[in-house]
Design a protein around this ligand. Structure first.
Ligand code: GLN
Length: 189
């Protein structure tokens, strides 16, 4: 199995480290040709406007959309925004998932927080999640489904078939269960 991590901007190195720790071949992706032999792709956290702008500049929008139509893609934080079809403002989006996101829903950098999440799809204890200027998944529609919610019901993870979006950063913890969950999505295909 070979997984790519979009490496235009943001926390791509942490995802690569986690994947390698799980014994998976992981590579940085900056060009469309590099998508060809990948089984899945992770779009990291960072700044979604920057990632989008660079993806446009590097002619990656169409290749990424084509990739995500058939192969598993997981977006974390800014990556989740980039996967969405509505961020309630003008910015380049892949539009692959039927989710509406609200950027910076929890406030500024200083309002970053951690929370123990109930994730029915994962076995074991609650998932300790790190939120950094995180988006909220305001609405899931179409085939998209809720994967996890905060205690107050706000949605922070969603899935649509082979596409996964989390508004937090599993790559910044030692808990690899979300990465393993993504690997399972790939194996199921
Ligand atoms: N606030 C960023 C954005 O709107 C996301 C932050 C993150 O990825 N940690 O794109």
């Amino acid at each position: 199995m070979k997984i790519g991590v979009l490496a235009l901007q943001g926390a791509f190195a942490e995802h690569i480290a986690m994947l390698r720790r799980l014994g998976v071949q992981a590579v940085e992706v900056r060009k469309a040709e590099q998508l060809a032999d990948l089984d899945g792709l992770i779009i990291p956290g960072g700044e979604s406007t920057t990632i989008g702008k660079l993806a446009v500049d590097f002619n990656l929008m169409e290749p990424l959309i084509d990739f995500g139509e058939t192969r598993p893609v997981w977006g974390t934080c800014a990556g989740a925004i980039f996967l969405s079809n509505d961020a309630r403002r003008e910015q380049p989006l892949l539009g692959l998932m039927d989710i509406t996101v609200e950027r910076n829903a929890f406030g500024r950098q200083v309002e970053s927080f951690e929370a123990d999440l109930d994730v029915p799809a994962l076995e074991g204890p609650p998932f300790h999640a790190v939120f950094i200027r995180a988006p909220l998944i305001e609405k899931v529609s179409g085939d998209a489904q809720v994967v996890s919610q905060l205690a107050d019901g706000r949605i922070v993870a969603a899935q649509q078939g082979h596409l996964l979006a989390t508004s937090f950063h599993p790559e910044l913890t030692n808990d690899s269960r979300f990465h393993e969950y993504f690997l399972k999505l790939i194996e199921q295909r």
